[in-house]
Design a binder for this molecule. Sequence first.
Ligand code: FES
Length: 106
Amino acid sequence: METQKIKLADKSDIPVGGGREFTVADRIVAVFEQDGNYFALDGICPHAGGPIGSGELKGTIVTCPWHGWQFDVCTGQHCLTPNIRQETFPVSVEGDDIYIELPTGS
Ligand code: FES
């Protein structure tokens, strides 16, 4: 799959141990920091469209603020339902810059 690498933010834009929502290439993306690592996933909750990027992060588990669905931000895996997996995107850090790779045409 073709991807495009896009500068998303500076490190300081993402709360340590937390997350933030970004709109990039017409997508809502949720980005989280945990122990110096960054993770990105589709920011729209598959339950009812809640803002995953505004959810509370504990370890690598984020809780959707609307109704409490939980996802592992490393894999996008829903914590209770094996067949629900949120799309994730590769993140890279260059200096203070955070980049994300999104599928082209998305
Ligand atoms: S919209 Fe996320 S849990 Fe309902």
